[in-house]
Every structure is written in C-alpha cells, then in structure tokens.
Design a protein around this ligand. Structure first.
Ligand code: TYD
Ligand code: MG
Length: 486
C-alpha cells in the first residue's frame, strides 16, 4: 500500500507543498500552510487512466449565444454588474465581515422575487428565522424569496435541480460550504475550491445566476477563496469605512461588463439605500473655509463624482516624517510631494503629511494629483482654497499639469452642484467650455502653488480667501518661491 503523503495547502494562494513550512514559497505569506487531504484522485497501478469522452468543437463564427441579462431591480447594483445578471454566470461578492453583503443580497433577491423571478437564498451562517427577521425589518417580508439554512453543496444542488430553475441563487457564504468530494474541513482552501467548483458547474448547467459570498481577511485578501476569483465570471467587492455609512460596490473582475463602474449605497436603519447622486452625498459634510481641503472632480466609470480631498501638513517631531494616506495611492502621494519639493520650492521634509479622501471613497484616477497638491499646499500655507472651485489634472514628474479625459463631464457635474470655477490643465482650455463655470487653466504645478501662496486664487464672488502673511510664508515656501512671486 502506498504511504499516505500529507499535503500542505497555503490558505492564502492555494499552493500545495509536501512539507510544512512557516512561509509559503509561492506567495510569501507567513503561517498559512495547513495540512489537508489529498486533492488529486490517486492514480496508480491499480487504476487505469480513464478514457476521454469525445466532445464537439464549435467554430468561432457559429451562432452567437447572446448573454441575456436579468436586471436585478437595483440600478446601482446593475451598474456594477454591467446591466444585470447573465444567465449561468457565477459571481463572487467579497467584503469585510459586517459590511452589509447579506443585507444587499437579500435586497437583490427580494427585488427579483417581486419581479416574478424565482430567487433562492441559502445561508450557511444564519438560521432561516434570522434571515426572515432581517428581511421583515427591511420591509421585504412579503417578497417570495425561498430560504434555506444549508451547508452541504450536494444537497443544495440536488434541491435546486428539482422543479423550475431559479434565476438567482445566493450562497452566503462560500467559506461555510462543504462538499463530500473533498476530504478537508469546511473553510479550508480545498473545501472552498471544491464547493465553488460544484456550485459554478450547477450555474453553467442550469442557467441560474449564482452569487457566492466571500469574506475578506484584515489585509484585504479574499480569505481562502483567492482561488475562487479565477473560477467565477465576476468578482464584486463591497467596501466601506467602518465609521461611514457609505458603501461602495466595485467590480474587480467582470467577464461580461466594465470593471470601472461603482455603485454607491448608504447603510440606513432600513437596509441599504441606493445613492443615485453620490457627489451630493460625498460633499454634504464639507467643512467650508478651512485650509487643506480641495474638491476633486473625478470620474468613476462613466459617472462623474465630486469628492473632497483633505490634507493636513504639520511640523514633525520625528526623524522621518510621516506620510499617511486614506483612500488614495501612497505612491502617488509620494510622487506629488516629490514634485512639490523639486519643482515648486515647497519644503515638506520637516512636515508630517496626512491625506484623506472624505466619505470613505477610494480614488484610483491620476487626475486627482492636482486636487491633492492643492490641498497639501493649502494646508501647509494655512490658506483656505475657494470653496466654489473644483480641481482636476494629472501632475507629471516634470511638474507639468497634464490633460485628463472627460473634461466636459467633470465640468457639468461641478456646475450641477453649484461650483463656479474649475482649476484644470492648460490643454483643456480650448477643448471645452461650460457656461457658468470660469476656467483657470494651469500649465505647471509651480504656478498653482505660487497662486495659492499669493492669494491669487480668489473666489468668483470677489472675496480674497487667502490670508497673505509673508512673515508666515517665507520659512514655509523656499527661496525659489519668493522669486516666482517677485
Ligand atoms: P450584514 O449584511 O450582516 O453584513 P455581512 O453579511 O457583510 O457580514 O450587515 C451587518 C451590519 O449592517 C450590521 O453591523 C448592522 C448593519 N445594518 C444596518 O445598519 N441596518 C440594517 O437595516 C441592517 C440589516 C444591517
Ligand atoms: Mg453575512
């Protein structure tokens, strides 16, 4: 008899090792190897290899199988999936525990059920009574969602294969599911992979859309089901800051739609409310007239979105000053700081720098460079920026402000929200104009810095918002700046 060889599986990346180690050699994670049952079927002298079954190959030019979509009834959700559920598709909904995944999905299931579609919600974490209670509290008690508290994948597939095929099956969560085909404890990578495989196969075979819920670990990895990411058609990530009520739904991967759209929700006492106009929400708590804030006119997917970028620049007491950023890229902040130092005569080496995107949003666009730089300089100089201005533009390493896409959409959104001035790249000057918005093109970041410093950026209403106190300025802005000003 062959000796039993243990297999150690990394719970982060799924790589298999023959012996235990402290560190996974494949992904570098520490302390993630766990002994699991063999995943491969034993092949040996006793078992002849199976003869393959013949299948038909189809030409690429053949009849198109269009992907009919089923809108969920929640427009913000459909925006992210690319217009609704595709028949036979599998989605992974990832997010921190407690962020609202179960709440959102029971709402989606109820909306579908109300539209007359069969929707099934399988909970492996909560009892049926708990799910029902929550649905009642959300005012969804009358929706014909079919519920079950089950964790055996074989039982689930057998039950769902009976009768009319459901249009939507929610499995909450994949970490609690287990399948007989794999000898490993529930929650381990092998089990998660095996269960997901069975459920995805069910989706493809039956035409039902299956949503798998996956919890995310503290460091942002989808715990265990990292491996599931490659198997599903779309990965949706549900994000939010614990202290904010805003929740952002983002497509990380999508085989049937775009990945740059976001859906915005607000967690209320009555479940998740869709936010059709997020700019209003993100700007609702603005601290007008205080230094260090700039409104960035951004684009998320096809939708313009205004957010406030907040900076705090304060003298440091540490040898190495701190650079902390929430909601933006750490490397981009380092780059903007370097450009300010190298080309604009701003000295930040003796200052701690904190940058925050208000509302818990995470910005990926390089167009935010200009707003971030303006907020930093404003904080450093204790000079509030005009409250009726928006900023956008990419800053290059040479200190030039480079044009960005969709200027018109950004200006339109700014106007809609009552802004009257836009600080934008020079190249956008001739490109577009929006009546009611005064354009202040900037060719080089140094110009904006000296304008802020000199109080040159005045509000349209004619007030001079910047306090201009040379005593205070000189030590902050270096000699180069004094020259530009002179
Ligand atoms: P839940 O959907 O259970 O999170 P997940 O499935 O991602 O773990 O949401 C739990 C949180 O949402 C909980 O902390 C309370 C909050 N919540 C509300 O604020 N209002 C509501 O109507 C509901 C149902 C939940
Ligand atoms: Mg849950």
């Amino acid at each position: 008899m062959a000796r039993h060889n243990p297999t150690f599986i990394c719970q982060s990346c799924g790589a298999a090792q023959s012996r235990w180690q402290g560190k996974c050699e494949a992904c570098g994670a520490w302390n993630t190897l766990v002994e699991e049952g063999e995943t491969a079927r034993p092949t040996g002298p006793g078992r002849p290899p199976r003869k393959g079954r013949l299948f038909a190959l189809e030409p690429l030019t053949g009849e198109t199988h269009e992907a009919p979509r089923l809108a969920s009834g929640l427009p913000e959700f459909d925006r992210v999936t690319g217009g609704g559920f595709v028949r036979g598709s599998a989605l992974l909904m990832a997010g921190d525990p407690g962020i609202g995944k179960s709440t959102l999905l029971i709402q989606v299931a109820a909306a579908l059920a109300r539209a007359g579609q069969r929707a099934v919600y399988i909970s492996g974490e909560e009892a049926v009574a708990q799910v029902r209670l929550r649905a009642e509290r959300l005012g969804l008690g009358d929706a014909a969602v079919e519920l079950a508290a089950e964790t055996s994948v074989e039982d689930i597939v057998a039950t769902l294969s009976e009768g009319k095929t459901p249009r939507l099956v929610v499995v909450d969560s994949i970490q609690t599911m287990w399948t007989d085909t794999v000898e490993a404890a529930p929650g381990t990578v092998t089990q998660v992979r095996g269960s997901a495989q069975t459920l995805i196969r069910f989706a493809k075979r039956s035409g039902a859309a299956v949503i798998l819920v996956g919890h995310v670990t503290k460091d942002g990895q989808i715990a265990g089901p990292r491996v599931v990411e490659h198997m599903v058609d779309a990965v949706l990530s549900f994000e939010g800051e614990g202290s904010h009520q805003f929740r952002i739904l983002r497509a990380v991967k999508n085989r049937f739609g775009p990945t740059d759209e976001i859906g915005v929700f607000e967690m209320t006492g009555l479940g998740l409310r869709e936010v059709a106009n997020p700019s209003e929400l993100f700007l609702s708590e603005r601290d007008l007239g205080s230094p260090g804030t700039a409104v960035f006119a951004g684009i998320e997917g096809t939708r313009p979105l205004l957010v406030e970028m907040q900076a705090l620049v304060a003298p440091t007491s540490l040898g190495t000053p701190r650079r902390a950023v929430v909601g933006w890229d750490q490397n981009r902040l380092a780059m903007v700081i370097a450009v300010l130092e190298a080309h604009c005569g701003v000295r930040l080496s003796g200052h701690d720098v904190y940058l925050n995107v208000a509302g818990g949003l995470r910005i990926m666009e390089p167009a935010a460079d200009l707003a971030a730089a303006a907020a930093l300089v404003s904080s450093l100089a204790h000079a509030p920026l005009p409250s009726d201005a928006v900023y956008f533009g990419e800053v290059s390493l040479s200190g030039a402000v480079r044009p960005v896409a969709q200027t018109a959409a950004r200006l339109k959104e700014a106007k809609k929200l009552g802004f009257t001035r836009a600080i934008l790249p020079e190249a956008a000057r001739g490109e577009t104009s929006e009546p009611g918005i005064a354009l202040s093109p900037v060719g080089a970041l140094a110009n904006l810095v000296s304008e802020i410093a000199a109080g040159g950026v005045t509000s349209r209403r004619g007030e001079r918002r910047l306090e201009h106190d040379p005593e205070k300025w000189e030590p902050v802005f270096g000699k180069d700046h004094a020259q530009t000003k002179g």
